[in-house]
Design a protein around this ligand. Structure first.
Ligand SMILES: [Zn+2]
Ligand SMILES: [Zn+2]
Length: 272
């Protein structure tokens, strides 16, 4: 899809749904952000990852902490990796064998009144990823937790982990770190100071959903040009909702690892 037709598609989506579905143009998820005081946003990344992923988490934290509007640290995990439940005010990062569900990584942000209240980032060990791709996925899922979207969705590289370039092998480190544009985006998303407004408490119904499976993510509101990413939105009304960003597996090696090799790749099947 061309740039302009994609924009028209997004416009059509937002007009036809007439709800609080966010705009996906640009490089942020509709400007969603954590509440910000006069200093940087202080956020902890909950370490629910195993030793295989510890280095990737540390690298992602270092990279994103390069932003002047974020003050990040890695802290003890607050959940079990398998269900990866959110904790208010932080980003829980998890890895587990989530099954042959087609995705390598997943990020979710909980929204209330335009602000992010909590987030999770999950890496799926049911698929084989080379080391650079692991870093790519980790860095991207954590980046979504700050309210960032993708820089490109056609598979080309902007040399940022927020693109959908596919790392070819274990020595292809393209697109595994943040770039200057990511930092500029964060600066603009977090350029304002919130005037002490309290976050609205989430509706109780939000607490009754595990958000672990596709059926619990709400409606697929966007799919990337190369099919590697989908955005789902579950609307709870009154400005509350959960955004889920799915990073689908790319090549057949990844897909075949845990899965019937004859099954169609999830990213090749049509929507709905
Ligand atoms: Zn704000
Ligand atoms: Zn993504």
């Amino acid at each position: 899809m061309s740039h302009s037709s994609r924009r028209a598609f997004i416009l059509l989506l937002s007009v036809s749904m007439l709800t609080a579905i966010p705009a996906f143009a640009g490089h942020s998820w509709g400007g969603y952000h954590w509440q910000k005081g006069s200093g940087p946003v202080v956020l902890q990344l909950g370490d629910n990852v195993s030793g295989v992923w510890d280095g990737h988490l540390a690298a992602a934290e270092r990279d994103w902490d390069g932003s002047s509007v974020l003050d990040l640290s890695v802290g003890a995990g607050g959940t079990r990796p398998k269900n990866c439940r959110p904790t208010a005010g932080r980003i829980e990062v998890c890895n587990a064998r989530y099954g042959a569900n087609g995705w390598l990584g997943l990020a979710q942000i909980w929204l209330g009144g335009g602000h992010i209240s909590q987030a999770v980032a999950k890496m799926n060990d049911s698929y084989v990823m080379n080391e650079p791709e692991k870093l790519h996925v980790m860095c991207q899922e954590v980046g979504h937790g700050f309210g960032l979207g993708h820089t490109s969705e056609d598979g080309s590289s902007q040399n940022t982990c927020m693109d959908y370039y596919q790392n070819k092998n274990g020595s292809d480190w393209t697109s595994t770190t943040t770039n200057a544009h990511d930092m500029q985006m964060l600066d603009s998303i977090y350029s304002h100071v919130d005037s002490g407004a309290k976050l609205l408490p989430p509706p109780p119904a939000m607490g009754y959903i595990d958000f672990v499976g596709r059926g619990q993510w709400g409606e697929e509101v966007f799919r990337s040009e190369n099919g590697r990413g989908s955005t789902f939105f579950l609307d709870f009304g009154h400005g509350h909702g959960v955004l889920t960003e799915v990073y689908w597996a790319g090549d057949q090696n990844e897909l075949n690892h845990d899965q019937d090799p004859d099954a169609p790749a999830p990213w090749m099947t049509p929507r709905n």
